[in-house]
Design a protein around this ligand. Structure first.
Ligand SMILES: [Zn+2]
Length: 289
């Protein structure tokens, strides 16, 4: 009997241990998830869609090849974010803090990398993000991969390039205040680029006609970054205006994500914010594609 009690007690203790561990783990997972949501770029859903839809805009001869690997290109659209904190030199490829260079950043920053390094120094450039230059580099690498007829490199670089181009179209990727952390708007990053597209993206019209051949990648990239930066003001302003009329318990709600209860912007808040932005997320997604 004593032995039975002892073993039962041991079992209970063991269960408590596991329960505690499980609780700790799920709390950690919840934290990680909110972390990920706030630091990731275009939500995973949007990145995958952008890469997939871009294939349909290619010239027919190229579509034959790319369509075969549609799933690969879509699934791997988020690779650069996955290795962001694991690979040195990766993080800075996703953004550019234009406000770090003052008001005339766009006219002061040389469009090409070598000129920019000579003028600003490489360390300073990397510190404030290099997305417009890295896209140009990736495009060059892609051309080389085509010349070498290396299918694996073509696919790998294409998946990455789609990601960086999409990131350059996100307004909050052009500012130091990337998550509203400097203006008391924490979490706005995930709201704009993950929550909104995930809730409303299915109604977006992302089917576009054929693209024309692009002669000047540097000019295109910098134009995209400029448009993102111009849009940034309304991203922050509308959230601030809307929040002023919302109580915290209405602004946020808890939803199950991968079986973890996660605090997110409520549907009502997201819907109202989305309406105020008046098609902005859709326009940036279309431009990314
Ligand atoms: Zn990214």
């Amino acid at each position: 009997m004593a032995l039975f009690v002892l073993s039962t007690l041991k079992k209970i203790e063991k269960n408590r241990f596991f329960f505690k561990k499980a609780l700790k783990f799920s709390l950690l997972a919840a934290l990680l998830l909110t972390e990920t949501a706030s630091k990731a770029n275009w939500g995973f859903w949007a990145h995958r869609q952008i890469n997939r839809l871009a294939i349909f805009r290619l010239p027919v001869q190229m579509q034959v090849f790319y369509k075969k690997y549609m799933d690969y290109l879509s699934e791997n659209a988020v690779n650069p974010d996955r290795r962001r904190y694991a690979v040195i030199g990766e993080a800075e490829r996703h953004f550019i803090d234009l406000d770090a260079y003052g008001d005339s950043a766009l006219s002061a920053l040389p469009p090409n990398w070598q000129a920019a390094v000579s003028k600003m120094g490489e360390d300073s450039l990397r510190k404030h993000g290099i997305v417009p230059w890295h896209i140009q580099l990736a495009a060059l690498q892609l051309t080389t991969a085509f010349k070498d007829k290396s299918a694996s490199r073509i696919l790998c670089i294409s998946a990455d390039l789609g990601h960086y181009i999409a990131d350059a179209h996100v307004p909050l990727h052009t500012t130091r205040n990337y998550n509203g952390q400097l203006t008391g708007q924490d979490g706005i990053h995930g709201l704009w680029e993950s929550r909104l597209p995930e809730l409303f993206g299915r109604n977006y019209d992302l089917w576009l006609g054929k693209v024309s051949y692009r002669n000047d990648i540097a000019a295109d990239v910098w134009k995209a970054v400029e448009q993102s930066h111009v849009a940034m003001d309304s991203v922050l302003l509308f959230e601030r205006q809307l929040s002023a009329g919302f109580k915290a318990d209405k602004k946020y709600s808890f939803e199950l994500r991968n079986n973890v209860l996660t605090r997110m912007h409520s549907r009502e808040f997201s819907e109202r914010y989305h309406r105020m932005l008046n098609g902005q997320v859709e326009r940036r997604m279309r431009a990314s594609v």
